[in-house]
Design a protein around this ligand. Structure first.
Ligand SMILES: Nc1ncnc2c1ncn2[C@@H]1O[C@H](COP(=O)(O)OP(=O)(O)OP(=O)(O)O)[C@@H](O)[C@H]1O
Ligand SMILES: [Mg+2]
Length: 344
C-alpha cells in the first residue's frame, strides 16, 4: 500500500548538507496501523513528509496505492494527494474559519457541490463526535477537539491512507487515549491504512499492528508490535521500552540483571524473565509450575498490560531451590507456552 524504496533525503548542500534519511526502505500493508518511533532528529517528520511529497526525496521512490508518486507530474500528483490525509501535532487548523468550514475546506478545493459538502461534513462531524461544535472557532476548542477537527478534515476526501505526525504529542494522557481510540475506530470502520510517527512507545503499544524504529535516518528494527516490544534487539529499541516498562526497576535488580549480583542471597539463584501473551496472562501457570517442586519464587519486577487490546505479562523472578527442581519448573513453564529467558 505504501512503499518507500531506497529513500535518501539530504537537506541543504555542500558544507551545510544534512542527511535526514539514508537508503530507507519501508512497506506498510493495506489496512494496518503502522507506527514509526524514534528520537528527536531521527528523521521521523522527514519520513512522513516524503510520503505525500511535502518533502521531495533526494533519491528513491515513493509508491502509494500502486502508483509511483515520485514519477507523477504536478496535476496528477495533486489528485493522488487527495488519497492521502494528514494530521499534525499542532493541528494546523484555519483559525478564522469555523469547525464546519475547516472540514469543508478540502471538499470545496476538490470542487464538491454545496449540498454534497454539507452532507459529508455532517457525516464527519458525527464520526469524530463534534456534532455540537460545528459553529465554533478553533480558539473555542480543547486540544483534543481540535485534533478531532484535524482528523475530520483529513478524512474529507475519503483517503486510503492517513499520515499522523506526532498527532497526540500536544495532548494530555487522557485526551491522547481518546484520540488513539478514535484512530483505531476509524481504521476498523473505514479500513483506512494509518502510518503514525511518535516518540512515545505507549502510542505504538495502544493501537499499532507493526512498528519500525528509526535512528539516524534509517530503520534499525521492525516487526509486529508484540515481537518488538517483548523481545527488542537494537539498543535504541531497548531504551524506548525500558523507559516504558522497566523505568522503575530498582538498582539492585539492574545489577542482578547484568549478572553482577553482589548479594549473598542471589548467589546461585538465577533470575528469569517470564513473558506471557494472550489468555495465559491471567492464568495460574506460575503457581502450578512450582507446585511440589520445593522451588520458591520472588517477583523482582513485573508488568501486566496490553498490546493493542491483547493482554501480556512480563515478570522478572528469582527462583530458589534445588537446580533440578528449578529446571523442572522452567520446563513446566515452557510447556505452558510461557517464554522463559535467563537474565542473570
Ligand atoms: N528543512 C530542513 N532543513 C535542514 N535540515 C532539516 C530540515 N528539516 C529537518 N532537518 C534535519 O533533518 C534531521 C531529521 O529531522 P526531522 O525533523 O525529520 O526529525 P524528527 O525525527 O521529526 O525530530 P522531532 O522528533 O524533533 O520532530 C535533523 O537533523 C534536522 O535538523
Ligand atoms: Mg518531527
Amino acid at each position: 500500500m505504501i512503499e518507500l524504496k531506497d529513500i535518501t533525503k539530504i537537506y541543504g548542500s555542500k558544507a551545510k548538507a544534512t542527511t535526514a534519511l539514508k537508503d530507507l526502505n519501508l512497506t506498510v500493508e493495506q489496512g494496518e496501523i503502522f507506527g514509526v518511533i524514534g528520537h528527536s532528529g531521527a528523521g521521523k517528520s522527514t519520513l512522513i513528509r516524503c510520503i505525500n511529497l511535502l518533502e521531495r526525496p533526494s533519491s528513491g521512490e515513493v509508491w502509494v496505492g500502486g502508483r509511483n508518486l515520485t514519477s507523477l507530474g504536478k496535476r496528477e500528483l495533486q489528485l493522488q494527494r487527495r488519497r492521502i490525509g494528514m494530521i499534525f501535532q499542532h493541528f494546523n487548523l484555519l483559525s478564522s474559519a469555523t469547525v464546519y468550514d475547516n472540514i469543508a475546506f478540502p471538499l470545496k478545493l476538490a470542487g464538491v457541490d454545496k449540498a454534497a459538502v454539507k452532507s459529508k461534513v455532517e457525516e464527519l462531524l458525527k464520526l469524530v463526535g463534534l456534532e455540537a461544535h460545528s459553529g465554533k472557532y478553533p480558539s473555542q476548542l480543547s486540544g483534543g477537539q481540535k485534533q478531532r477537527v484535524g482528523i475530520a478534515r483529513a478524512l474529507a476526501n475519503d483517503p486510503d491512507v492517513l499520515l499522523c505526525d506526532e498527532a497526540t504529542s500536544a495532548l494530555d494522557p487522557q485526551t491522547t487515549d481518546s484520540i488513539l481510540k478514535l484512530l483505531l475506530d476509524i481504521n476498523r470502520k473505514l479500513g483506512l491504512t494509518i502510518l503514525l510517527i511518535t516518540h512515545e512507545m505507549h502510542v505504538i503499544q495502544s493501537i499499532c499492528d507493526r512498528v519500525a524504529v528509526i535512528h539516524a535516518g534509517g530503520i534499525v528494527e521492525q516487526g509486529p508490535v508484540a515481537e518488538v516490544f517483548l523481545k527488542p534487539k537494537h539498543p535504541v529499541t531497548k531504551e524506548f521500552i525500558s523507559r516504558e516498562v522497566a523505568g522503575s526497576a530498582p538498582a539492585q535488580l539492574q545489577a542482578q540483571g547484568t549478572g553482577t549480583a553482589g548479594e549473598g542471597q542471589a548467589q546461585g539463584s538465577p533470575v528469569y524473565r517470564l513473558t506471557c501473551l494472550g489468555d495465559h496472562t491471567y492464568s495460574t501457570d506460575l503457581s502450578e509450575a512450582v507446585l511440589r517442586t520445593g522451588v520458591q519464587f520472588a517477583i523482582l519486577q513485573g508488568t501486566v498490560s496490553t498490546i493493542k487490546e491483547i493482554p501480556y505479562s512480563q515478570l522478572t523472578v528469582r527462583f530458589t531451590g534445588q537446580p533440578e527442581a528449578v529446571e523442572l519448573t522452567v520446563n513446566r513453564l515452557r510447556e505452558r507456552h510461557i517464554d522463559v529467558e535467563v537474565i542473570g
